[in-house]
Design a protein around this ligand. Structure first.
Ligand code: G1P
Length: 296
């Protein structure tokens, strides 16, 4: 029987170098780039918390210490805000501070791939199911993507869940792609997976959007795994092996995902999230329309 235990922990692999975003990411981790007025990582953490996650595990790397600082108290800043009676700012900072003891950090020492980054979290996750959220991808939808996945996980009695969205067929080679079968709740039974299929060979146009609920049995598989696409230890290859023993379901996310690791996704995310904020929409909507109308 598959494990039905609650998903309490979430893993955030934040060791990536962000080479697609140089020079911005030379000294600032890509996860700390701001979308409107929050770092990208805050959106992903908020999605995890909305889904009921209690413990945040960050797999970091060299040059990423500022992420750990971001999730701590900034004593001098707090003191200054208090002296200046800046209540709104203090409330804002207080609202995003994780309770003491609910964050953990470990380092991926070498960039050996997503499968390796996940494996680096094995001791911190232990023997229980966990969520995995790729921090480049931020989402807008009526219901948070991970929240919907947890619901499907509970309905389907445990197992593993991967969130998917549809992509244009000519984009499938950039992603992990799943083949799907019977419907279950807001998703499907997964019948196959492939990482970055050669053009024209994808089993469907359902791409893995960067959200997973996985059972701990993935760790011993990742420990022994050979390198796959891009000469990296691929999570998808590990999941293909785990699928021989356990169920995998695809949660069909109904919303929009922005890949903030790429310039176009990052810019669109800024516009989309700005337009969702009434205070900012009121001042940018007019100028944005003028900009677009003036395009030749
Ligand atoms: C990773 C996964 C891939 C997934 C993608 C989503 O690839 O390996 O299956 O579709 O994230 O962003 P990467 O973007 O690290 O190449």
């Amino acid at each position: 029987m598959t494990d039905k235990r609650k998903v309490r922990k979430a893993v955030f692999p934040v060791a990536g170098l962000g080479t697609r975003f140089l020079p911005a990411t030379k000294a600032v981790p890509k996860e700390m780039l701001t979308v409107v007025d929050k770092p990208v990582i805050q959106y992903v953490v908020d999605e995890a918390l909305e889904a009921g996650i209690e413990h945040l595990i960050f797999v970091t790397g060299r040059g990423k210490a500022v992420i750990e600082d971001y999730f701590d108290i900034q004593v001098e800043l707090d003191q200054t805000l208090r002296e200046r009676n800046k209540k709104a700012e203090l409330t804002l900072l207080d609202g995003i501070l994780p309770p003491a003891g609910t964050t953990s950090f470990t380092r991926q020492q070498s960039p050996l791939g997503l499968g390796h980054a996940v494996w680096c979290a094995r001791e911190l996750v232990g023997n229980e199911p966990f969520a995995l959220l790729l921090p480049d991808m931020i989402m807008q939808g009526e219901k948070g993507c991970l929240k919907g996945m947890v619901e499907l996980y509970e309905q389907s009695g445990g197992g593993n869940v991967i969130a998917v969205e549809e992509c244009a067929p000519d984009q499938a080679h950039k992603y992990g792609i799943v083949g799907v079968g019977d419907r279950i709740g807001e998703g499907y039974k997964i019948t196959g997976m492939v990482e970055k299929p050669a053009p024209g060979t994808a089993p469907s146009n359902f791409y893995i959007n960067g959200r997973y609920i996985l059972q701990p049995e993935i760790f011993p598989i990742l420990a022994t795994q050979e390198r796959g696409a891009g000469n990296e230890i691929q999570l998808t290859d590990g999941m293909i092996k785990l699928a021989n023993e356990q169920d995998f379901a695809a949660y069909h996310f109904q919303g929009t995902t922005y890949d903030c690791g790429a310039k176009d996704g990052f810019i669109l995310a800024n516009v989309a999230f700005a337009l969702q904020r009434s205070d900012i929409r009121s001042v940018v909507e007019g100028p944005l329309k003028e900009l677009v109308a003036g395009l030749k």
